[in-house]
Design a protein around this ligand. Structure first.
Ligand code: FES
Ligand SMILES: [Fe+2]
Length: 418
């Protein structure tokens, strides 16, 4: 099946109709037809149904530790301000002025006592309320002209936002991720390094790549010093993992892998004898994240569709955010987090801390871009996922297909692939 062009009822089908038809006829457990990775109209549907409707990873609460701290990021064309207000709550707002729509905050991050639109100086407090508007009719009701809020949720120091008017239920994720991540006290960490990669690949290829490790042995020599490969579909089948889970759970660390509709959270041991993901498997940071007395607690691995994954080791964490820019471009940002009181040059060496994941992310970028170039070919055809080792890939793709089917609606008309 090529499935890139459809005619419906004798006229050119809309993108939504084409997508619905392709989803209806696609084979399960195979990669998607080409349009899903390349078509700008399909990309627009992805943005509407997924990135503008679901919970999206924004960043870490430790990036906005004090009232007035903020950062901005973009979900498609929509810029979002994430800040901490005077009551120390995390808040998020659409970064568009309520006067005539200008971007209010240009800087990617910083500290402010208020947000002043540079155009005509409408001024908003940290809670988004309009407090000054020099050219506003005095009779106008300022209380109706605050920055529009964005749904926000802080889960154990991981901040998620949702642009939709009505946010989907995030409690299933919070119920699993919060107790699993809490022992690592990410909120008391600090981001000491961030790398942003502009990958020439569709966001789904970035997520697919992150959901399997069949490529790791050949593709990630540094990571494979320490990372354990396991059966994604049935981790319990490995006695090494089973005994690790029993030990960690007995010590009060939620560890057994748990799957939700749009997430997976689980603690995994490293290859035997290793304590962290570093070149030699020894900790990179002397001051551990959280207060666990045992350094041998593997890494908490978590993924939440569509925008993030992370690994929390005993001594440091990485959190990776994936944000689509176009049908064939994705911005991937990796943050490295250590204890807030860890001192560079004393408790850790930055190069040693970042080396493995920096190399791994760069290697993944090349894999994704090569994948993208291949699926652009007119000769591309969807191929089968491995039942066990690509379990994570097909569960993601099935989630995506279900999400888009609900959005695009049933394929109403018989259609023919050209
Ligand atoms: S557009 Fe912001 S003050 Fe005019
Ligand atoms: Fe990889």
């Amino acid at each position: 099946m090529d499935g890139d062009l459809f005619e419906v009822a004798g006229s050119r089908a809309s993108a939504r109709e084409r997508m619905a038809q392709l989803l209806r006829v696609r084979s399960p457990h195979t990669s998607l037809p080409r349009s899903f990775y390349t078509d700008p109209e399909f990309f627009r549907l992805d943005m509407q149904a997924v990135f503008e409707a679901r919970w999206i990873f924004a960043g870490l609460s430790c990036q906005i530790r004090e009232p007035g701290d903020f950062f901005c990021f973009e979900i498609g064309e929509t810029s979002v301000i994430v800040c901490r207000d005077r009551e120390r709550h995390v808040r998020a707002f659409f970064n568009t002025c309520r006067h005539r729509g200008s971007i209010v905050v240009d800087q990617p991050c910083g500290h402010k006592s208020s947000f002043v639109c540079p155009y005509h100086h409408w001024t908003y407090d940290l809670g988004g309320r309009l407090v000054r508007a020099p050219n506003l009719d005095p009779a106008a009701d300022k209380s109706q002209l605050g920055l529009r809020p964005v749904h926000i949720r802080d889960i154990a120091g991981l901040i998620y936002v949702c642009l939709a008017d009505e946010a989907p239920d995030i409690e299933p994720l919070a119920a699993v991720l919060a107790p699993a991540a809490a022992p690592h006290a990410l909120a008391n960490g600090k981001v000491v390094h961030s790398v942003t990669l502009h990958e020439r690949g569709n966001w789904k290829l970035v997520m697919e790549n992150a959901r399997e490790c069949d490529h790791c042995q050949a593709g990630h020599p540094e990571l494979m010093n320490t990372l354990l490969i396991f059966d994604f579909a049935d981790p319990w089948s490995d006695p090494y993992i089973a005994s690790f889970w029993q030990r960690c759970e007995a010590a009060g660390l939620p560890s057994v892998t748990r799957d939700g509709a749009d997430f997976r959270v689980g603690r995994m041991p490293f290859k035997e004898g290793n304590l962290s993901i570093t070149m030699d498997g020894q900790p990179a940071v002397a001051r551990r994240l959280g207060d666990r007395p045992d350094p041998d607690i593997g890494s908490l691995r978590f993924t939440h569709y569509p925008s993030m994954f992370g690994h929390i080791h005993a001594d440091y964490a990485i959190v990776v955010q994936m944000l689509p820019k176009s049908a064939e471009e994705t911005t991937v940002t990796c943050h490295w987090v250590v204890h807030s009181e860890a001192v560079e040059g004393v408790d850790y060496d930055l190069e040693r801390l970042v080396q493995v994941w920096r190399e791994t992310n760069e290697q993944d970028r090349r894999l994704v871009e090569r994948n993208q170039r291949g699926v652009r070919s007119v000769g591309y055809r969807p191929g089968p996922y491995a039942e066990a080792s690509e379990h994570g890939v097909w569960t993601f793709v099935e989630w995506y297909a279900r999400t888009m089917q609900e959005f695009a609606g049933p394929a109403a008309c018989p259609a023919a692939a050209q």
